[in-house]
Write a protein that binds this ligand. Structure first.
Ligand SMILES: *[C@@H]1O[C@H](CO)[C@@H](O)[C@H](O)[C@H]1NC(C)=O
Ligand SMILES: *[C@@H]1O[C@H](CO)[C@@H](O)[C@H](O)[C@H]1NC(C)=O
Ligand SMILES: *[C@@H]1O[C@H](CO)[C@@H](O)[C@H](O)[C@H]1NC(C)=O
Ligand SMILES: *[C@@H]1O[C@H](CO)[C@@H](O)[C@H](O)[C@H]1NC(C)=O
Ligand SMILES: *[C@@H]1O[C@H](CO)[C@@H](O)[C@H](O)[C@H]1NC(C)=O
Length: 213
């Protein structure tokens, strides 16, 4: 259960549809998301997880591809996921085994929600040339702080924390090497080993898990 909560929170989670009075991330981008998550469950068990996710995000065609490399304690696991929202299907490859799960409607437009507040503005970089806006908002029990570049709305870092299903949770995701566009659209092709994939309702890497609750 705890693991599910952690995994669900690994992708960037700025959820608001279509328009925003603030701004929306670029429509297509690729990046490496470095992440660190800590949680303590109601029995006091602490878990620290870190890793990175290579992501190709394509809002134009409503699809997301990524590879999660996640370390908890001394165990590292690699999860490859492909979410095709127009087909309503998600593939998850773990240990060379592919499973398929249903996906709901696209809800990953990645805009700053209108109920966010601009909580901080500052400059980064050589000559202070990059202006950053911090936005804060909450969704159910989690508080999110998202930093974006003012000019482009490109995500820079996101934190969320709160009490979810009895666990105290905190996640930080830093976005590195972001580029606009999709360099190789074939990452969205369904891999051969997924063509006959069985259905699995209990898939771990389900972005919709927290988003759609
Ligand atoms: C992958 O296989 C290894 C060795 O069989 C196993 O220890 C590991 O737990 C598996 N990973 C997942 C995510 O099931
Ligand atoms: C910073 O300012 C210096 C001196 O004005 C200039 O030479 C340099 O190109 C600037 N660097 C950036 C990243 O703007
Ligand atoms: C803020 O807006 C988001 C996106 O529309 C929504 O999911 C969330 O529940 C809202 N938060 C509050 C505290 O109303
Ligand atoms: C920051 O972004 C807002 C909205 O996009 C814009 O109105 C404002 O001028 C920007 N500020 C700076 C210093 O670039
Ligand atoms: C939200 O927090 C409240 C108070 O801490 C708790 O009772 C409730 O179970 C939490 N909801 C979820 C979905 O974790």
């Amino acid at each position: 259960m705890l693991l599910k909560v952690l995994f669900a929170s690994f992708a960037l989670m700025t959820v608001a549809q279509g328009k925003s009075k603030y701004c929306c991330y670029p429509d297509q981008w690729e990046a490496v998301e470095g992440l660190m998550a800590g949680s303590v469950d109601d029995e006091g068990h602490a878990t620290i997880t870190n890793g990175y996710v290579t992501v190709s995000y394509d809002a134009k065609n409503q699809r997301i591809y990524g590879v999660d490399t996640i370390t908890t304690g001394s165990v590292t696991k690699v999860y490859t996921f492909l979410q095709l929202f127009t087909e309503g299907v998600q593939y998850l490859i773990v240990n060379k085994t592919c499973t398929r799960a249903k996906l709901g409607a696209w809800n990953n437009q990645n805009c700053i929600p209108d109920n966010a507040t601009l909580t901080n503005q500052y400059r980064l970089g050589l000559n202070q040339s990059i202006m950053i806006n911090d936005y804060t908002y909450s969704i159910s029990n989690l508080t999110y702080i998202v930093s974006v570049e003012n000019k482009s709305c490109a995500p820079v870092v996101e934190y969320n924390f709160g009490d979810l299903n009895g666990a105290q949770l905190m996640t930080g995701v830093g976005v590195q090497g972001i580029t606009v566009g999709i360099k190789d659209p074939s990452v969205f092709d369904v891999p051969a080993i997924c063509k006959q994939a069985p259905h699995d309702q209990s898939t771990l890497r389900s972005v919709s898990f927290t988003r759609r609750r």
